[in-house]
Write a protein that binds this ligand. Structure first.
Ligand SMILES: Cc1cc2nc3c(=O)[nH]c(=O)nc-3n(C[C@H](O)[C@H](O)[C@H](O)COP(=O)(O)O)c2cc1C
Length: 415
């Protein structure tokens, strides 16, 4: 059931002559962990930084680095190699290599492959910040993007040369996640489906400077949005205030309050096939919002709160309703509360997790890891502690599976 997003995919990894060439080793490891086959092609420049033997050891394949290697060409010629790849990733991509691609050069094996392939090409630039900022490089970036070549990064931070700024190669994990999330290698499990996900907290204003909110970081919802997109779905992500970048290829709508979340959901939900409510939407809001900052009075203060509209229940009550999945973040008795919520709100599925002090402070809100107990009418599945990214993938696979089963049941009943 688990879908790594890269199972059996064929990835041609190009490594060029930059300081970050060593990070390519880690990248090969991570791609292979996800089940991909990796063929490494090095430029002569790359070989000055890392040996072909290192890449051979981690990729399990002999490394190609010579356009004129007749023995290698006899096994798989460069044109066959270009056709073999489902995707071409160049990491690190040097300034020189990017310029050669822009110029359409074919003076070594890797640049020739870039010209000869019709597979999507990703570049992860890596260079000194001045080289990156240089007008020539920036012009090359513009042309590459115009031609449909995708760039990952570069990241900003400490550089090998002692400087600080943009130009560092993105970390291998980020490169892998970006490729998976792009949907270019998608499993098509949710192709043709529209998935709506709510994420993050809401803010209920007390006065112009204060609000009621919670600790939700939005990480789980954003990871699910990526996973759904990688499974081929069209994804709409409605998010409360969070500090997270929009996942590739996902339509994002930003809101602040529970009322805005409710409105944004119902404006778009009509053609949604799957609704996943991960947002921690405030159950209550102040009855009145003060127009001016409230002053200290020396007295105690009572805030009168009123209930907000339940977004999840309102979606599940639609006729017809999308396949509706809720989240239950509980501090105790999680399965009991989750089952009650599943029934009360008439959900198709609920994913329960433990949050707060009881969870030892290591899982739940704000963290990168989580664990989920997924419950539906007549069934249950445990997703043990893992990164939110990997949990999101498994949850999306489970949702696709359950949704197909529900649709089958409905069809059988109406037949
Ligand atoms: C020690 C050293 C480090 C280098 N690091 C980088 C780098 O990080 N990024 C880059 O674009 N070029 C870097 N260069 C320059 C490239 O190696 C050079 O432009 C080379 O022609 C790249 O060729 P290739 O892309 O075919 O491998 C470095 C050169 C040296 C000598």
């Amino acid at each position: 059931m688990a879908d790594s997003g890269l199972e059996n995919r064929k990835i041609l990894l190009g490594v060029t002559g930059g300081i970050a060439a060593y990070k390519g080793i880690e990248l090969v490891r991570r791609l292979r962990e996800r089940g991909a086959s990796v063929q490494v092609v090095m430029t002569p420049g790359a070989r000055r930084f890392v040996t072909a033997q290192s890449f051979q050891a981690v990729s399990g394949e002999s490394v190609r680095d010579d356009l004129w290697d007749s023995e290698a060409e006899a096994a798989m010629g460069h044109i066959e190699l270009a056709r073999w790849a489902d995707i071409v990733v160049i990491a690190p991509a040097s300034a020189d290599f990017m310029a050669r691609v822009v110029a359409g050069m074919a003076d070594d094996l890797l640049s020739t492959l870039c010209l000869a392939t019709d597979a999507p090409v990703w570049l992860a630039p890596s260079m000194n910040r001045m080289m990156w900022a240089n007008a020539a490089t920036q012009e090359n970036v513009r042309v590459l993007e115009q031609r449909g070549i995708r760039l990952i990064g570069p990241a900003t931070g400490d550089q090998a040369c002692g400087e600080v700024g943009p130009g560092r190669m993105s970390e291998p994990e980020e490169i892998v996640e970006t490729i998976v999330a792009s949907g270019l290698l998608s499993s098509d499990r949710l192709a043709g489906r529209h998935v709506m996900i709510t994420a993050g907290p809401t803010r209920e204003r007390v006065d112009p400077v204060r609000y009621l909110s919670n600790h939700s970081s939005g990480k789980m919802g954003f990871a699910i949005a990526r996973a759904a997109r990688a499974a081929g779905a069209r994804v709409t992500l409605i998010s409360g205030p969070v500090a997270l970048p929009t996942p590739y290829g996902v339509t994002r709508i930003d809101v602040e309050s529970a009322a805005q979340m409710h409105r944004a959901v119902h404006e778009t939900v009509a053609d949604v096939d799957i609704f996943i409510g991960t947002a921690a939407i405030s159950d209550y809001r102040p009855v009145a919002t003060s127009a001016h900052k409230m002053k200290k009075t020396g007295e105690s203060l009572t805030l009168k709160l009123e209930q907000t509209t339940d977004v999840l229940a309102s979606v599940a009550a639609l006729k017809p309703a999308p396949f509706t999945v809720g989240f239950a973040a509980e501090t105790r008795d999680i399965e009991r509360y989750a089952s009650e919520k599943l029934e009360r709100k008439k959900l198709d599925m609920i994913a329960a997790n433990k949050v707060g002090e009881d969870s030892g402070g290591t899982i739940g809100f704000g963290t990168d890891e989580n664990q989920l107990t997924v419950i539906w009418a007549g069934g249950k599945h445990e997703l043990p502690t893992a990164s939110k990214v990997s949990l999101a993938r498994d949850l999306v696979a489970l949702i696709a599976e359950r949704m197909a089963a529900t649709e089958n049941q409905r069809n059988n009943r109406s037949a």
